[in-house]
Write a protein of this length. Structure first.
Length: 695
């Protein structure tokens, strides 16, 4: 259905103008002068001619039903024109006009009416409040961008029209080719996910770039990108990372931006490479657009200057890439034709007086080494350096290497001819080693994603009736939180083990329970009105006798009454004290765009001070859970570290999967913390000690 936006047989431009300062003139001029081969119908109530084309007074008077209508008119007239398009059988509408959701309540209502009209007539809508659409192979420039970019293999989907114009201008200047450009605006109908789904099967596109401010449907975005990213790379830059940025996003598009940690998790689960900036976005794109896929993480560097090679080596190590160890045969071959002063170890330093032929031969020799995943060719303009010839050599090698070859020709005017040769022949060039290494790191990450097993989505059984009854009771009592005892009932219903515990309503009952559970014990206040028990003096640990238990019961109750006299006190909970275990925390929060967000981290200082946690969007697969644990710095402790024996990692993974299933079953859960989950030694399981739920 989106085909009509990119390959229409006919286009109507509603709001066409003879005034060269108006968008209605500029967009029509772009369509006409861009070389679009289809039929073009300007629409303006005044009639006449615009750019040599007959201008029709309205949609009804057009000689045929057009595939695509582009609207550049005041927002107040858009609904009537959309209805008219629907009545004539138009298939797709681009609304460039602003004044909709981003403009407040009145605009939001107007946007809803326009979308309803489109759906009534089976039309799709891009916009409103957008720059438009460009399809370079179809020579369709239905936008108010200054000019058509050169043809290439990169598609760019942007939620910012202004950023889009800047990027398009840059693409023209740098000769970077695009296949398609779409400014999605408010995404009232067609979303970034719809476009990514289409671009995944677009034969003209090799790499998909996305500038994201907010996502229309987080769950669908993950599902679509997970599928599409197995076919071709998707690279995204996300704005609205800070609180101020989130506010700016809201005012820009009228959409909720969601938390940055949710986006980070979603991108990982969907196989989307995240760029830190627009610069990095296109650095990645240049690498992916023409280079073969990267298999492995071992790079080789060939250079005519030592300093830049050291910079590249440092950048590689910091980014997680490895410097390949060149084989003895490779080093012997290099020694046979390079200067005796050259270094044949990686990085290969051909030294400053190296001419084009041996430089190219060095790049070729290194590229043929089976232990090398990608090659970075660094060149600086020395007195004898043959720059264009060296570039031709790199191009020659890249064409047959079967692995990525990237250039880092450094300098200004003297190096420009070589850079131009590289770029025109599909070899990405980066002005500095760090940027080149970052691009190769992105290629490595994408290679790993393509090879990554899908993982299994387990749905462990849950006693949904028991959970529902606990939630109903809390709602009946007007509570948005569950007490610890209630929370543990929910965990029990999910098959998550909790510590042995009972509530004592008086000191005598306390002593009886203490003997039944066994010493040592932990004792905690039970009150639906006091959530932070430690602050109220409501926790005692290491209780080892009935005398200590009786005394602790009274102290806890007295402290709670002093802390909050009106609090309901249900008693004191006695629970087994778990020893020889590692503390972890498992939590859930609810994100505006992605739903439940699952968190894992080691307890204590790791989560409180170091923020050493990992997130994924629910539902999670077994592969997601594996990655969550691997991403945390403290994971080494769970796997056994120095004198600490290995913990039951499988038990932790099982709890994560069960919590994910619980959130799927009960979307009303707003937040949840198991803190701590005590992970016993390998094969001994894990037990939840404290749990908190918010509804």
């Amino acid at each position: 259905m989106l085909t009509a936006f990119f390959h229409p047989a006919s286009v109507a431009l509603v709001g066409a103008s003879r005034d060269e300062t108006k968008l209605g003139y500029r967009v029509l001029k772009n369509i006409v002068e861009g070389g679009f081969a289809g039929r073009v119908y300007p629409v303006n109530p005044k009639g006449g001619e615009v750019l040599g084309l007959k201008c029709y007074p309205d949609i009804a008077s057009l000689p045929e039903s057009v595939d695509l209508a582009v609207l550049v008119i005041p927002a107040t007239f858009v609904l009537d024109v959309v209805v008219a398009c629907g009545q004539r059988g138009t298939r797709a509408v681009i609304v460039i006009s602003a004044g909709f959701r981003e403009a407040g309540d009145e605009g939001r209502a107007r946007e809803r009416e326009v979308v309803a009209a489109c759906r009534r007539y089976g039309m799709r809508l891009i916009g409103p409040n957008c720059l438009g659409v460009i399809d370079v192979p179809a020579r369709l420039n239905a936008s108010f961008a200054a000019e058509m970019p050169p043809a290439g293999r990169i598609a760019f989907v942007s939620q910012s029209g202004a950023l889009g114009t800047a990027v398009l201008d840059w693409a023209v200047k740098e000769g970077v080719g695009l296949s398609k450009f779409v400014s999605v605006g408010n995404m009232a109908d067609v979303s970034e996910s719809d476009l990514i789904e289409m671009l995944a099967d677009d034969p003209d596109t090799s790499v998909i770039l996305v500038y994201v401010e907010g996502i229309a449907d987080g769950k669908r975005f993950i599902d679509v990108c997970r599928m599409a990213s197995k076919k071709k790379p998707i690279i995204a830059v996300k704005s609205g990372v800070t609180s101020s940025g989130l506010k700016a996003v809201s005012s820009h598009t009228g959409s909720l931006a969601g938390s940055d940690r949710a986006y980070e998790a979603a991108f990982k689960q969907a196989g989307v490479l995240r760029a830190a900036s627009v610069e990095e976005l296109f650095d990645y794109a240049l690498a992916f657009a023409f280079q073969p896929k990267m298999a492995g993480d071992r790079i080789a560097i060939v250079t005519n200057a030592g300093g830049p090679a050291v910079m590249a080596t440092d950048a590689a190590e910091k980014s997680g890439l490895k410097l390949a160890t060149l084989s003895d045969a490779t080093r012997a071959s290099l020694a046979g034709f390079l200067s005796p002063a050259a270094s044949t170890a990686n990085p290969v330093d051909a030294i400053g007086d190296c001419l084009a032929a041996p430089y190219g031969r060095a790049v070729e020799t290194v590229a043929k080494d089976p232990g090398v995943s990608a090659v970075l060719a660094i060149l600086t303009p020395q007195v004898v350096t043959q720059i264009p010839e060296s570039a031709q050599e790199v191009v020659r090698v890249a064409r047959s290497a079967g692995k990525p070859v990237a250039g880092c020709f450094m300098g200004g005017e003297r190096i420009s001819a070589g850079v131009r040769i590289l770029v025109e022949n599909g070899v990405p060039n980066y002005p500095f080693p760090e940027r080149a290494v970052a691009a190769l790191r992105g290629m490595c990450a994408y290679g790993r994603w393509r090879e990554k097993p899908e993982g299994v989505r387990r749905r462990p059984s849950i006693d949904a009736h028991a959970v529902r009854e606990v939630f109903k009771r809390a709602r009946r009592e007007g509570r948005a939180t569950l007490g610890d005892t209630e929370g543990k009932k929910v965990l029990d219903a999910c098959g998550i083990r909790t510590v042995s515990s009972e509530v004592a309503a008086d000191p005598d009952r306390c002593v009886e329970i203490a003997h039944r559970i066994g010493f040592p014990l932990v004792m905690k206040l039970v009150s639906p009105d006091i959530l932070h028990k430690t602050e109220a003096g409501g926790v005692r640990v290491g209780i080892r006798s009935e005398e200590e238990a009786r005394k602790a019961w009274q102290e806890i109750v007295d402290a709670a009454r002093a802390y909050r006299p009106d609090a309901r006190i249900e008693g004191v909970q006695l629970q087994e004290m778990v020893t020889e275990a590692t503390e972890v925390i498992i939590g859930v929060s609810r994100d505006a765009q992605f739903g439940h967000l699952l968190m894992f981290g080691l307890g204590g200082i790791f989560v409180e001070l170091m923020k050493d946690v990992s997130f994924r969007v629910v539902p999670v697969s077994t592969a997601d859970v594996d990655e969550m644990l691997a991403e945390t710095k403290g994971a080494a402790i769970l796997n056994g570290f120095r004198n600490i024996p290995p913990s039951d990692v499988d038990a932790v993974k099982d709890v994560l999967v069960r919590v994910s299933a619980l959130c799927e079953e009960f979307p009303e859960i707003a937040e949840m913390d198991i803190n701590p989950l005590m992970v016993r030694r390998q094969g001994k399981g894990a037990v939840a000690v404290d749990v908190r739920f918010g509804l």
